[in-house]
Structures are given as C-alpha cells and as structure tokens.
Design a protein around this ligand. Structure first.
Ligand code: ARG
Length: 463
C-alpha cells in the first residue's frame, strides 16, 4: 500500500514510512464511531478557542470542516482510507484536505488515546439506551400477552416434568422480571460509561490550560475522569456492557428455547407468526422457529465477546496499549446482537397465538394436582410426609390403571386414605392456582396485581 497523501498532510505523515498492514487497521469497524469522534472534536476545538489555546478563526474553520465531513460520511461520499488506519486519522486527514494547516491545530492538547476512550464511552451510552428501550419493549409485549392469560392454566414444569398448574400470565411475568433486571443493568452501564476522559492526553494529562468540565458538559457527560492513566486504559464499562448483554442473551435464550418447545407438534401450546418462522427447503410441512433458534444460537457470540475482552485486558500494564483496540468489534457485535434479539423476541411474543385448550389439557392429563391432594390430607391433620406417600401411591395406581386423578371417585381416593372426603372432589386446576394466593404466587388475583405493578414500572420507564 502506498502513502499517497503527500507529506504535507501531517495526519497522513504521522503514519511515517511504516507499511500499513491489515493487521493494525481498524477503520473497517471503528468508522462506526464517526459521530462521536466528530462531536468530540468539535467540542474540543471550541474549548481550545475559548481558552485562547488556538485562534478563533482556526476554530471556525475546524468546526466548519468537521461539519462537511459528517455530511460526506452520511451521504456516502467520504473516502475511507485503510492506510490511515482508524476513524481518528481518517477524519483528521480529510480535515486537512478541506481546510489546510488549521486542521493541524485540532489535535493540540489531545491524544488518540483519550479521544478513542471518549468516543467509545459516548457510543456505549447510546447503545445502552437502545438496549434499555428494546428490553422495555419486550417487557411490554410480555405484559400485554400476560393480561390476556390471567386465567389460562398451563402446567408449570420442574426438570421439564409437569409439576404444578400455573396461569400462563405468571409464566410470562417471570420473563418480565428477568428483562427488568436486564434493563436496569443497561441503565447502570450507561452510568459507568458516563465519565469523560478528554484532557488525559496520551496518559499523563496535557500541559495546556484546558477546561475539561466545559467539554464534559458540552458532550453531555456527568463527570470527568479523575486519573489520566486510568482514563486512557480503562475498558471496564465495555466489560459491563458485555456482561449486561450476556445476561440478557441468557434470558432471551431461555425464552427462545421455550418458544421452540412450545411451538413443537408435541407441545402445540403456541403458534409463532409467519414473520418469525420459515419453511424447510425439502419438508413442505415445516414451520421452523428460526428466529427463536438464532436468538438462542447468537448467545454464544455475545458470551465470546465478553470472554474475549476480559482476556484482552488481563495483565495489560498501564497505560494505553494497542491491545485495547480489540475492544470494539465485540462491543459493536454484542450491541447489534442483543438489541436485535430483544426486538425480535418482542415481536414473537406480540405475534404468537396461544392454544389455551392445549395448555389446559396438558395440565388436566397429568398429575399436577398431586401436591394439592396431599395438602388436602394435611388439612385433615396428616403430616405432609405421610400425605405425600399416600398420594404418591395413589398416582402410581392411576398410572397402572391408565386413569387420571380426575377420573377417580371418592371411594377410589378413600382407598388411599380414609381421611379423604367430598372436599377432595372439589380440587381442580383452577382451585389449585387460586389457592396459591401468596405474594409472588400464581393465584390469578396476585398475578393481576403483579401485572398492574408492572404496568406502573413500564410507565415510569416511559413505555
Ligand atoms: N485505533 C486505536 C484504538 O482503537 C486508537 C488509539 C490509537 N492510539 C495509539 N496510541 N496508537 O485503540
């Protein structure tokens, strides 16, 4: 590759005669930081002018030139140059072409080290906002669907075995809770990223009378970093973003897995909308839950980015090291993945059809009332362990006879324990869910209250 930006262009010349190699180039992905990079440069230039560090004429030229560059980039006219390696050098070099020598004053009292840390912090804050909104959108879909299924009975599972009846709304609201914590983690990560490094220079600070507070205020940062050496080498906020994303993907993949299972012929609990399924190229009957599967599958790459960055920063000596350039691809990819996955999950929940009868049947054709029948004996004074054994024997007998509890007469029950009376015949799926009337329980009354509370939380989040 040749260095065809003549030596007059200092940004280009900064590459020296060194051969640009693909290995060090980051422009293919860090061009995504262009808005943050240019916003940072505009504020930095203005601050230099305000402080009398550079002439106001030069500030005007710089700001104008940077405005042209933004437009060129957004119109697709900007010529990205790999030999200029990264976003910072590409912008600065173009600025030189546009305004000449004044461009060389922009990098006064600044280094790419504090610049890239600033850009990435701005970008991460925006990504946190988008991930937060997407999580809230998913929560909203869950609440909307839950509201329609406060009385829909479905088996609740432990060990993937039918355990106790619950209402579908309760099951959906369990995911509401997970995504609530995820949204909170994205908001907390935005706060971690909300610290401005500019003014740290390469690592020791800068020998100019700069105004860091003013720059922070203009760029909408709440704080300035307290230690320049830390500021240029800290990527904890990205680890936090990747952690929040990984947990969100873990929750999404659990939900996705349930959608895959529930939409199978074997379960038949739900039907996913066409938008989120696809046919098979060979088996004409297929409706594959591709979106759910890809959400589940893409979880791996997000975890990979987290592990990758943790490994990259391990053992790095202070301060900036080029290793840190490896922070961005994982960050961008995780943000794209988690935001799209949250949006797709929201769409799947909003668009799916619930087979209420199938769910109730699955609960009815099972022994999910066993606990309630044992609890009934407890009410008659039997110790729970003894009641457990009586009902366990009874269910074994039923399985041998090929019948369910629902088909037993009172005298059948009384063979298991003479303490059974008419009341046992009143135990139903609905009475069982209604009985779990504790805070956090599946009683429809409690679930309705939980949904009301959730709507309040969503309203506070602006959804
Ligand atoms: N592309 C670099 C990165 O992302 C920018 C900072 C380069 N600084 C340096 N001293 N080479 O980390």
């Amino acid at each position: 590759m040749t260095n065809n930006n003549e030596n007059k262009n200092p940004a280009a010349a900064a590459r020296g005669s060194e051969l640009a190699s693909d290995f060090t180039v980051s422009i293919n992905y860090d061009s995504r930081l262009y808005r943050e990079d240019i916003a940072g440069s505009i504020v930095h230039a203005r601050m230099l002018g305000r402080q009398g560090i550079i002439e106001s004429d030069d500030v005007e030229k710089i700001v104008e030139g940077l405005g042209v560059i933004i437009e060129e980039i957004e119109n697709g006219e900007f010529e990205w140059k790999e030999e200029l390696e990264d976003i910072h050098m590409n912008v600065e070099s173009r600025l030189y072409e546009l305004i000449g020598d004044a461009a060389g004053r922009l990098h006064t009292a600044r280094s790419r080290n504090d610049q890239v840390a600033t850009d990435t912090r701005l970008w991460t804050q925006l990504a946190c906002g988008r991930a937060f909104d997407a999580a809230v959108q998913l929560q909203k879909s869950l609440v909307d669907l839950a509201e329609q299924h406060i009385d829909t009975v479905v088996p609740g599972y432990t060990h993937m075995q039918r355990g106790q009846p619950v209402v579908l709304a309760h099951h959906l609201m369990a995911y509401f809770e997970m995504f609530d914590r995820d949204a909170t983690r994205f908001a907390q990560t935005a706060e971690s990223a909300d610290v401005m490094p500019l003014g740290s220079g390469a690592m020791a600070g800068v020998p100019y009378d700069i105004d860091r507070e003013w720059v922070a205020k203009e760029l909408d940062f709440s704080d300035i970093s307290r230690n320049s050496m830390d500021a240029v080498s800290d990527r904890d906020f990205i680890v936090e973003f990747l952690t929040a994303s990984s947990l969100a993907m873990a929750h999404l993949s659990r939900l996705a897995e349930e959608l895959v299972i529930w939409s199978s012929d074997e379960f038949g609990f739900i039907k996913l909308s066409d938008e989120f399924t696809s046919g098979s190229s060979i088996m004409p009957q297929k409706r594959n839950p591709d979106f759910a599967e890809l959400i589940r599958g893409k979880t791996g790459r997000v975890y990979g980015s987290l592990m990758g960055l943790l490994t990259t920063i391990k053992g790095l000596p202070l301060t900036y090291n080029r290793d840190l350039q490896e922070d961005k691809e994982g960050l961008f990819d995780a943000a794209d993945t988690v935001i799209t996955a949250l949006e797709a999950a929201a769409g799947m929940i909003a668009g799916m059809t619930v087979n209420v009868d199938r769910m109730r049947q699955a609960a009815a054709n099972s022994f999910v009332l066993a606990t309630d029948i044992a609890d009934y004996l407890v009410g008659k004074g039997v110790p729970f362990r003894a009641a457990y054994i009586a009902v366990s024997d009874l269910s074994k007998q039923c399985i041998a006879d090929g019948v369910g509890f629902g088909e037993l007469s009172l005298s059948d029950f009384q063979k298991a324990s003479d303490l059974f009376d008419d009341g046992v015949m009143e135990i139903t799926l609905d009475s069982a869910v209604a009985a779990r009337n504790v805070p956090g329980g599946t009683a429809p009354e409690r679930v309705r209250a939980a949904i009301e509370e959730a709507k309040g939380l969503l309203a506070d989040a602006g959804a």
